[in-house]
Design a protein around this ligand. Structure first.
Ligand code: UDP
Ligand code: MG
Length: 318
């Protein structure tokens, strides 16, 4: 069965907003004649969210639910939603009514008509705390743009739309939901766009992410850069670093030895800071190398070491 649209909604303790959210999505989709499914992933809520999802699934044919046994996080919830999604276009949306379902038709047509692979919402006007969220978020998005080369103002907006192929090609894990456009880019999807979307204050409940998001986000960004560039050839990074550091130490040591030979007993090698620095550099170099070898052994054993995403194939029997 092919559907126009899958709306994927991760939720954690959002019982109050769900009925309103589903009604609203239904209204918009019916009005625009979009055949659709609403996939709600209850990420181990401790309130009555799941009961509400059950009721909604009973009343609406389009509503489907998945309930985690415990709270895993937004990324695992999205992962399961993406796995289940059947629509030609997949739209993700937060459950807290901060994203407006009125954006759905436009996000849909940007994928289907304008040919985007991924469109990310941009909360140009935000209704969140200015100091703890908006300002750090601006800074963070700036760093992101520089490091990844993806020109988005609001990488981590929960409201996004995708071609189905995109969500089936990427693997969101850990807390990588902040970097889905980066994952998509590295999977080979080039047409990544942006749409200014309305943002609304949180009506019920409270935010599930605190300030740690920025530290975790930055570390994840470094990991993602490392894995995408060197994940299949770690020695290229560690080997280069190792050789450089080791050689630096080696030349310092050599020059100390030459001085010793030239100056004889007057030259006390162990009195020189360069001696300790060069020892340190040689040791660090060796460690980098060993790390590189171990990383190579690990990648060699990775189940996906020879998995490549194919765009198309022609002339092959099934
Ligand atoms: N969420 C989730 N699992 C979590 C934390 C959050 O599924 O462990 C959901 C949450 O219910 C909401 C969305 O992720 O639908 C975004 O969370 P929130 O609104 O708290 O983030 P903010 O808007 O403050 O960035
Ligand atoms: Mg929110």
């Amino acid at each position: 069965m092919s559907l126009d649209l899958s709306v994927v909604i991760p939720l954690y303790n959002e019982e109050e907003s769900l009925p309103e959210l589903v009604e609203w999505i239904e209204r918009v989709c019916t009005e625009h004649k979009l055949s659709h499914e609403i996939i709600m992933i209850d990420d181990g809520s401790t309130d009555d969210s799941w009961k509400v999802v059950e009721e909604l699934a009973r009343d609406h044919q389009s509503v489907k639910g998945i309930k985690f046994q415990r709270n895993y996080g937004k990324s695992p919830a999205l992962h399961e939603g993406f796995k289940a999604a059947m629509g030609n276009v997949v739209i993700t949306m937060d459950a807290d009514l901060q994203d407006s379902p009125d954006e759905i038709p436009e996000l849909y047509s940007m994928i289907m008509t304008d040919g985007y692979d991924l469109v990310s919402g941009w909360k140009k006007v935000r209704y969140d705390n200015a100091v703890t969220k908006n300002l750090p978020s601006k800074l963070y998005n700036g760093v992101n743009r520089r490091l990844t080369g993806i020109k988005l103002h609001d990488m981590n907006c929960g409201l996004k739309s995708y071609k189905r192929k995109v969500v089936k090609s990427i693997e969101v894990y850990g807390e990588m939901h902040r970097f889905i456009p980066v994952l998509a880019k590295y999977a080979g999807f080039k047409k990544i766009g942006e749409k200014v979307v309305q943002h609304r204050p949180r009506k019920y409940g409270s935010s599930k992410f605190g300030w740690e998001r920025f530290i975790n986000g930055f570390l994840d960004l470094l990991s993602i850069q490392f894995v995408s560039r060197f994940g299949k050839k770690p020695m290229h990074l560690f080997g280069a670093l190792g050789s450089f550091t080791f050689l630096l130490g080696f030349f310092f040591t050599a020059s100390l030895i030459i001085d010793k030979i030239r100056l004889g007993a007057d030259f006390g090698i162990t009195n020189k800071p360069a001696f300790y620095l060069s020892l340190l550099a040689m040791m660090m170099g060796t460690l980098f190398f060993l790390t590189g070898f171990i990383a190579e052994l690990i990648t060699r054993n990775a189940a996906d070491r020879n998995v490549y995403l194919m765009d198309e194939k022609i002339g092959w029997e099934n």
